[in-house]
Design a protein around this ligand. Sequence first.
Ligand SMILES: [Zn+2]
Length: 454
Amino acid sequence: MWRAPRSPRARVRIIGRCADTRNTPQVHAAVAGRAGIMVGFAARSGPVAQWWSRGLIIPWLQVRILPGPPHRQLPEASTSASRRRSTGEGGGLTRVERYGRTHARTRALTPLIIGAGVLLLAAALGLAWALTAGTSSASAPTVADAGLTQSPASSLGETPSSGATGSAVGLDIEVPDVVGKSVQVAEALITAAGLTVQTRVSDVGSAGVKVDAVLEQAPSAGVRVQGGSVVTLTYQPKYGVTASGKTFVVVVDAGHQAKPDMGLEPNGPGSSVRKAKVSPGVMGVATGAQESVESLAIALRVREALKASGVDVVMVRTADDVNISNSERARIGNRAHADLVVRVHQSFSSDPVLEGVTTFFPSGNAWVTAIEMPSRAAAQHLEDAVVRATGARKHDIVGRSDLSGFNYSTVPAVMIECGYLSNRAEDAKLATPEYRLKIGDGIAAGVMDYLRTL
Ligand SMILES: [Zn+2]
């Protein structure tokens, strides 16, 4: 938190008391407290005061510089015992005694005091002006009032009136509007307003959400609360980077391509089983949409959402007119040392009623033993998150041993089939940008859910 610089030789008291009830000693106390300056009180006359009394909101206010030790905040409404403990250099003196001493030293420094006082008065008035609008508590005497309006001796040992000792407690402070601001800036603003910050992580998945910005605040902006009240900020932290500073890498593979490659390749390293390098994708029964085009649109949204969360994203392809075999796609993930490879596809069935989201993970052969467990965990996160984001029908996640894109992978990998292009209604939904966006955000949220477990 920012603190006002303090001179080692002199401390400053903004000493004010205003006839205007909106500018109470408590207000000045809060202003001064925020700026790291102590509040006191001055006589109600003098040229500066008279000048301010002409038509300005703050009728009179005076500032004194009190030479002495660096200021230490006194406990508010304290007992005499606690006052003694907290008087710093003053040792066992009460506030009033100490005031008497510093008052004497003040006179010796009068020329300096007047010059600096005028400058400080201007600064204090600016702050007070900004912060006192609408404040309605009535003017009340302060401890320092007693020190100035009575002789130090006569007020010695007098118990200060509680609630008027420069404390911000009891003040009517307006909660600032910090939604959308970065958490760092929001914390600074709320602290500067004399309130206390508490943060909490949003329950909402991070996909599509501005990272490290305040999503919600409680109480809302404009609500009036007491000084020191807690303002809770809800935000989505940047999860793309681990505590150790490592940035997560996710490879996104939009399934298929404009033209299939029916040339064969082993379905795993050294395998005798051979499969098409890139099989033709499926096509929507209602819309005629191509799986490769649809998957790419969703994959690009996944990239956008993951990047917003601070993840490094590697795309296997960003265009439809490419030729990259499934084994090569897996190698892209391996070379990137991906924390997860996400393969985006669509389903097709002879059953026109079948619909919903299905997620596959590598399983059932020696090639994928090392990645099966984390891949299965990731698959469950993706299935859950996409169903949550879309309301689509949920299916059990399924282990697959026959997919080249899995069998060549040395890093965790999943394949999500976002919907059935054989289902007319689901096909129609998948053809809309809105639904693709929901799916993309759902996939990214699932990825983030998985990365958080690492
Ligand atoms: Zn496919």
